[in-house]
Write a protein that binds this ligand. Structure first.
Ligand code: G6P
Length: 537
């Protein structure tokens, strides 16, 4: 079974569909024609279309990974921790959740969450995945695990045997790895960008080592791959729908995972993977499609004048306009990648670059060099310190006991027409999981789209859209007190400082654009979240 796309209540006009078939886009895309996105995108596109071949070229990894997994299990190493950000961790997380196999994904700088991942070290193998090999979060986690293994009494050689690395040839990580004596190194195809790498070594290595059937995943993708040169194949249909919705002013794609795929499992967490693909690929040059990951098909935000609902999985969506996309996970990965590339052509952007991601990273580095700036809260109410920029707190009475509620109302009121609110939580995805409830609570209180992202993970995903997409966002940033910090070995900062610098760096990037931003710092994380959720209930 490949992919099947059904459209409900959306007109897909010939002005969108016609040019795609007349210009022979399906055949040209499969032939890796780098001119499809215009002359300015050509040099990048020329080195970014390798993902089309992955269902076939990744086959050679399957038996190698089965052997490696058997070797590890034979040595009692059955707990896999994945250190990686964005395109280097979102796909394995979906693959393993869908397959029901355990994988610890560490895509954070939160000290508590990093410390919690350093559990059960005697059973643990760490997969370090980074395409560029230079991502600060991943490098910091690698350093921390080396230290933790050393503290647990392992010698240098034994420590190296606990690491498996996935990176591009010639990256700084590939060089470090040789020096570390890593057990295995998988060099990925450099002609595949991070967010298109689900079916490459980045998606497959951690998933296979955790016990997922990656051979079946590739076979599912292959079933779709053979159709992709045909006009009106399902992935082209999906891309056409995304483009048509955008042209009709529906530039928010509310994404929900629907029921299970016949006999197959529900695609757990697929929205988070698709979010990065779509937001980072299309959110630039002042336009883009904003993915809004929903908790369920009928969650708040599933409909609206600027919304298209996308349901991944079987079952006809209850709301209109909507697009239902059913099919197994391997076909979904390839289909959404192809559809995003097609939508990129309709939008007139380069779907393979991420021009605004570096900005927050540079701000972070500057703050790490200069030290965290002294900031005074406008008010402290219960367990919440309130800070604001972009004029969001002007005229708000923070002296009253419902000051936080008033500040949030002011933030919501600042959202322009067709705008959105982004909640960005630099907290512990496990221990502070209740923060996720803020999305639905705020979406109930607003007519606008509301997204939720864990920091710094979203910086590698919707962060591009926030800065490069239309400047119609309002932002709620959450940070929290660090109970126990952890030094990043051989660096002049701790995880807590790095996390705070990342939050500060992103605040600066948004403030430079005069975006309304409310920053709430929780002086007690659990009490602060309870207070916030109670305020919104
Ligand atoms: O795999 P890495 O090079 O570590 O990159 C991880 C992530 O970092 C960057 O922020 C990119 O914008 C993402 O597309 C990428 O997936």
């Amino acid at each position: 079974m490949s992919l099947s796309v059904s459209v409900h209540g959306l007109d897909v006009p010939d002005t969108v569909r016609g040019p795609l078939t007349e210009d022979d886009v399906p055949a040209r895309l499969v032939a890796k024609d780098a001119t499809l996105w215009g002359p300015e995108a050509e040099s990048e596109s020329a080195i970014r279309l390798g993902w089309l071949d992955l269902p076939a070229t990744s086959r050679e990894l399957v038996s190698r990974l089965a052997d490696l997994r058997a070797e590890l299990v034979g040595e009692g190493l059955d707990r896999i921790v994945l250190c990686g950000m964005g395109g280097s961790s979102l796909a394995p997380e979906v693959i393993c959740r869908t397959a029901g196999v355990p994988l610890v994904v560490l895509d954070t700088t939160d000290p508590g969450q990093v410390l919690a991942a350093m559990d059960d070290l005697d059973r643990t193998v760490v997969v370090v995945s980074s395409k560029s090999g230079g991502t600060v979060e991943t490098d910091s986690q690698r350093r921390a695990f080396i230290q933790a293994f050393a503290d647990a009494g392992l010698d240098e050689k034994e420590i190296g045997r606990r690491f498996v690395v996935v990176t591009d040839p010639g990256s700084p990580l590939s060089e470090t790895t040789a020096a570390m004596g890593a057990r295995a190194v998988f060099l990925a195809d450099p002609n595949v960008g991070g967010r298109y790498s689900a079916l490459s070594a980045f998606g497959l290595v951690p998933s296979a080592l955790a016990g997922a059937d990656v051979g079946a995943l590739l076979a599912e993708a292959e079933d779709l791959a053979v159709q992709l040169a045909e006009p009106d194949n399902p992935a082209l249909q999906l891309g056409t729908v995304l483009g048509a919705a955008f042209r009709a002013g529906r530039d928010k794609l509310a994404l929900a995972v629907g029921g299970s795929q016949g006999s197959g499992p529900q695609l757990q967490g697929f929205g988070d993977w698709a979010e990065q693909l779509i937001a980072e690929s299309t959110g630039k040059e002042g336009r883009g499609i904003l993915p809004v990951v929903l908790e369920s098909v009928d969650a708040p935000g599933a409909s609206g004048p600027d919304v298209l609902l996308g349901v991944v999985g079987s079952g006809a969506p209850a709301l209109e306009p909507s697009v239902g996309v059913s099919g197994p996970l391997g076909a979904q990965f390839l289909g959404w990648e192809y559809a995003t590339a097609v939508a990129g052509r309709v939008l007139g952007i380069n779907p393979f670059d991420q021009p605004n991601v570096t900005e927050s990273k540079e701000n972070t580095q500057r703050i790490l060099g200069e030290g965290l700036p002294e900031e005074r809260p406008a008010a402290t109410i219960g367990a919440i310190e309130v800070y604001g920029s972009g004029g969001v707190l002007d005229g708000v009475d923070l002296s009253s006991h419902d000051g936080v509620s008033l500040a949030i109302d002011a933030l919501l009121a600042s959202i322009p027409p067709r705008g959105y609110l982004a909640v960005m939580a630099y907290l512990d995805r496990q221990k502070d999981a209740s923060a996720e409830g803020l999305r639905a609570a705020l979406a109930r209180r607003s007519d606008h789209a509301v997204t939720f992202g864990w920091g710094p993970r979203f910086l590698h995903s919707t962060g591009q859209y926030h800065k490069g997409g239309p400047q119609v966002g309002a932002f709620l940033q959450l940070t929290g007190v660090v109970a126990e910090d952890l030094q990043v070995p051989d660096q002049p900062y701790s995880f807590g400082t790095l996390q705070a610098a990342q939050a500060g760096g992103d605040r600066k990037a948004l403030a430079d654009r005069q975006r309304p931003l409310l920053h709430l710092h929780l002086t007690d994380r659990a009490a602060g979240l309870d207070q916030l959720l109670a305020t919104l209930s």
